[in-house]
Design a protein. Sequence first.
Length: 412
Amino acid sequence: MDRAQSDALWGRLRTRFGAARHERMQALGHDRIEERREGSWVFDEQGKRYLDCDGSGGIFNLGRRPAEIVAEAKRALRETDQGNFPMVSWEKAELARRLADFTPSGLECTVFSVMRGEALDFACKLARGSTGRTQLLTVDGGWYGETGFALTLSDRPDRERFGPLIPDVGTIAFHDVSAACDAVTTRTAAVVVEVVQAENNARMLPEGMLEALRRRCDRVGALLVVDETQTGFGRTGRRFACEHASVVPDVLVLGEALGAGVFPIAATVFTQKVNAFLNSHPLIHLSTFGGSDLGCRVGLAALTVYERERPWVNAARAGSTIRQRLSEVVSQHGRAVSVRGKGLLLSLDLETAQRADRFCRVLSEHGVLASPGMVARRSVVLRPSLLIGDEEIETLEQAVEAALISNAASKV
């Protein structure tokens, strides 16, 4: 695409989507058109290469367009179609079986969805239905998606624009383990948590909190729901972040990383005990495109790659290296408070939202795409492919150093 074609396309996009949206993309250095994708890299309409550390919210764990998974998507398109959600197919059954083997022991049942919010919403419906209770609790600072329950549970300043929101949903203090457990009572259907709050400066649950919530939920008959949309499939250095605490939830929410960014598919995985409710109330939840046979074929191919490559091993190694190097760069150049996170889910605190935006813009100028946190707008989240190597690490380090130097020189 030449410059004239690019300018014309941007003109049409500004007209269609509005000047404010375009200005926001410009502020982050994201006013680019994705033209080609390969592994850890994205190429814009001018052929410039960018290290993708945005990952569209963490769905590209295996990089962009992994060849083996793309090939399976092409085969599946020739051999099958969307299928019928309530009806069993080989694709649905096999992916559910493989997920039961891949996820923590005891999580044997699966309902498929198209995206994270839908998978989380189903988890909440399942919790209310199976317990006969209505109260849902979460810790403050989470971000679960854009749909009904997910929106209500998320810590976002614009929630009330969409009100009234779903009732009997409450928030408990993040840092007070004792108070959090006390809030969980016989009225509570479920506690919904992220082990690492990616959009909130990669804030991790306090040590011992997940275990304490597990014990409290068992005591009062509530469910523990863990959303691993941004942490699952190896991003934190284990297959799932809850495994760091050796905790098995009643319900595990898996996001679009299941389809490796090739096909939209998500899943809610849960125990046989919880499944008893669905067995008694068949067809209580339907999703036209959830668990499409095409998507299941892609998910099966992705699981094969996850199991073979074990990217959580590289995430632990590379994440430790990157965090150490970036911490050194931060200490040299300032204008960032800290580097936080686990594995290859990392976040830098830039103190203000304006500095975070500028930081992203300079990163883009130096060939790295990243975004501010949706909750902690002062933070910048780094979510590269879990298969990154030394070249990508070097590119990221150099871009971060350049962005820190630019921020240090700025009066903003």
